[in-house]
Design a protein around this ligand. Structure first.
Ligand code: SF4
Length: 86
């Protein structure tokens, strides 16, 4: 069974309602992300591993330099000053 032309027609009001709902959802997500980013480094994953591809004073190497990196930073401080410039 194929869709008819009427089936594919977009109801502008319903479309706008969905866009508004999506915008509302993303706005609240962006607000939370913006707030968290002032406290938590974006390179720190949920398991406290560091995913940065650059040096940072907060990186810890419990398994040696070739092992995975952990973040040893304190979330109470501004992490950006710990990043090493190349
Ligand atoms: S070690 Fe540095 S770059 Fe890595 S997650 Fe922690 S603060 Fe961010």
């Amino acid at each position: 069974m194929s869709a008819t032309e009427d089936d594919r027609r977009v109801d502008p009001a319903a479309y706008q309602e969905r866009l508004d709902r999506i915008s509302e959802l993303f706005a609240s997500m962006i607000e939370v992300a913006g707030d968290v980013s002032t406290r938590r480094c974006p390179y720190r994953d949920r398991l406290d591993r560091c995913t940065a591809a650059f040096g940072c004073r907060n990186q810890r190497f419990p398994g040696g330099k070739l092992g995975s990196k952990l973040c040893g930073g304190d979330e109470a401080i501004d992490y950006r000053g710990a990043w090493e410039e190349t």
